[in-house]
Design a protein around this ligand. Structure first.
Ligand SMILES: *Cc1c(COP(=O)(O)O)cnc(C)c1O
Length: 470
């Protein structure tokens, strides 16, 4: 391998990538190759001599169309995934070329400063306290882990306990309050932090999946000592926002730390029309969000934001004799994230924020919400189809024939058809189809075409199941 090899291989990768991206909007949205087929092509004995890099790239590229899910397609509505907008993908390539270890300032002044600036822009965009610190992590799971580690440090410090030095054995008990519908990753983060999940206080939710304020008030009145409350901006099924201003007031009154999971919902703050949903979110102590969902940067990129720098740093920092940490204005990422060595994942965030600007990001959010509303309206007009949630953001829950089996059959039929892709969920005891619009490229025609494909699947397949019902 020589230095010239870069150019030939990168050109080859560019051609393959462009081919994939060109086809993506029109191809079947699901993966079509089975595990057996993929293994058949990809599994080979590891050779002694190695193979030519270009042929290896060709082999990988040849499987992209069949083995990959077109999750960057404008009609991919599964989970909450998001695509990669062009400048984000291009900046990610640049970051990969630089191959910086963004762990400390000394290993990459460039990455450090880019992330410092991008973090500041995010605080402006979300209008969160400007003294907050921002860490770029792999996803919202790790963002919540980071924020809740700072929370654990803070509430125990105030109870006279140094959890970083003394651990949790013998520590005062921490009350952790979550929503009955909080995302599973909150539970996982609490597990990683040794807080466990059995003793969580789960607050009942309302019909839209919002934490009930009256129940939270009653619960807090019964709790003493260190307390962490986890609220959410954007229920993963309905998109509903907890009453953040009310929750913020209650948490403050109780002296509790308030953490908000805003994996996709925090982006509503960038929109003039949808920002009010997150009213009061600035009262929290920490916020977790994703850039790889609605900002449409490539995987993997989440953001941890913590108001209290001292607690954030105490929970995360690493110090070792051989590390050169300046202790000055220069920013070492190790102080704010769990990773030690890490890639410069703030680079595509910087490029995307700078390219889109506030208006562009607001439009990105509004466009997704408008498409979600349009799909909901078109489907609700079909006989036997019911939209289960108030479509306040980008999430739509749909039920067919008021029947679990019919609903699952329609989801399966839509997935097979491949015009669009979405998944099923369970919503308040019922099977539902779950549609999430979070791709930068989804347009009104995509929404119409997808709604038509879903309606067709219901008319031609789902009703057969329905007609068998009581
Ligand atoms: C996606 C999601 C998460 C987890 O984020 P990852 O980026 O997958 O780690 C957490 N909370 C909500 C509400 C989500 O939608």
């Amino acid at each position: 391998m020589d230095a010239d090899g870069f150019e030939a291989l990168l050109d080859r990768a560019r051609i393959h990538a462009c081919e994939y991206l060109r086809r993506q909007p029109d191809r079947h949205v699901g993966a079509r190759a089975s595990r057996a087929e993929l293994l058949d092509v990809l599994r080979a004995p590891l050779t002694e001599q190695g193979e030519e890099g270009g042929s290896v790239l060709d082999l990988l590229a040849s499987q992209g169309d069949r083995g990959a899910v077109a999750s960057g397609s404008p009609r991919y509505f599964g989970f909450v995934i998001g695509g990669a907008c062009p400048v984000a993908l291009a900046a990610d390539w640049l970051a990969a070329s630089w191959d910086q270890n963004a762990g400390i300032y000394a290993t990459s002044p460039l990455a450090s400063v880019i992330e410092e600036v991008a973090g500041g822009w995010l605080l402006d965009l979300f209008d969160l306290p400007r003294e907050s610190e921002v860490g770029f992590v792999t996803g919202c799971q790790m963002a919540s882990f980071t924020c809740l580690a700072a929370a654990r440090h803070n509430v125990l410090r105030r109870a006279g306990w140094d959890v970083e030095a003394d651990g949790l054995c013998g520590a005062p008990r921490v009350n952790v309050v979550v929503s009955a519908e909080s995302h599973v990753t909150i539970d996982v983060a609490l597990r990683y932090l040794g807080l466990g999940t059995r003793a969580l206080h789960r607050v009942e939710t309302d019909v839209q999946g919002r934490m009930r304020l009256d129940r939270l008030r009653e619960l807090l009145a019964t709790l003493d000592g260190p307390t962490i409350v986890c609220a959410q901006a954007g229920n993963v099924n309905s998109g509903a926002f907890d009453a953040l201003r009310g929750i913020g007031g209650l948490a403050r009154g109780h002296g509790a730390w308030l953490h908000v999971d805003g994996a996709f919902g925090l982006w509503a703050r960038a929109s003039r029309t949808h920002g009010a949903l997150a009213d009061g979110i600035e009262l929290a102590d920490s916020w977790a969000t994703d850039a790889h969902k609605w900002l449409n940067v490539p995987y993997d990129c989440g953001v941890a934001i913590v108001r209290h720098a001292g607690d954030h740093r105490a929970a995360m920092t690493s110090a070792a004799a051989y590390l050169i940490q300046t202790g000055g204005a220069e920013r070492d990422a190790v102080d704010w994230v769990p990773e030690f060595s890490r890639r410069a994942r703030g680079v595509p965030v910087y490029a995307t924020l700078r390219t889109l600007g506030r208006d562009g990001i607001g439009e990105l959010v509004d466009r997704g919400c408008a498409c979600a509303r349009l799909i909901a309206e078109l489907l609700a007009a079909e006989e036997g189809v019911r939209v289960l949630n108030e479509v306040v953001l980008n999430q739509v829950l749909v039920r067919f024939g008021d029947d679990d089996e019919a609903t699952r059959a329609v989801v399966a039929a839509v997935q097979r058809d491949g015009t669009c892709w979405l998944s099923g969920t369970a919503w308040h005891g019922m099977a539902a189809m779950r549609i999430s619009v979070s791709n930068w490229a989804t347009s009104e025609p995509d929404a119409r075409r997808s709604a038509a494909a879903i309606a067709h699947a219901w008319r031609s397949r789902g009703r057969r199941f329905h007609s068998r019902g009581p």
